[in-house]
Design a protein. Structure first.
Length: 115
């Protein structure tokens, strides 16, 4: 009798997470893809020397702010049309900043080859 109760309790303990799954966070694939594209643009600008380390750090901080806005929008479980518009506006601003920094007169000095 004790074994049967123990087995039932253990089975319930292991199966309860399967039945009590939390709802998935709202998907924002366009935002995520754009964030990835912008991060790649920053990385490419750093690699080519078009962005200085300081410029890249500022742009990465801007990317983090957009990411924080996205997480805040997802927090209640629904990303509304208004929230999506605000995210798109923030991404547009960040994109313009990346373009301006990549095409300004500042460049990262070339490092001499090491032997």
């Amino acid at each position: 009798m004790k074994n049967r109760i123990l087995i039932t309790a253990l089975t319930a303990a292991f199966l309860s997470p399967v039945f009590a799954q939390t709802p998935a966070t709202p998907a924002t694939p366009k935002v995520d893809q754009r964030q990835a594209n912008q991060a790649a643009r920053i990385e490419q600008g750093t690699a080519s020397g078009a962005l200085t380390d300081k410029e890249a750090a500022k742009l990465n901080a801007g990317q983090a702010r957009v990411e924080a806005k996205e997480e805040k929008a997802k927090a209640d479980g629904v990303v509304t049309k208004k929230e999506r518009a605000k995210l798109q506006h923030a991404e547009n601003k960040q994109s313009r900043k990346i373009k301006r920094q990549k095409h300004d007169a500042q460049t990262k000095p070339a490092t001499p080859p090491t032997n």
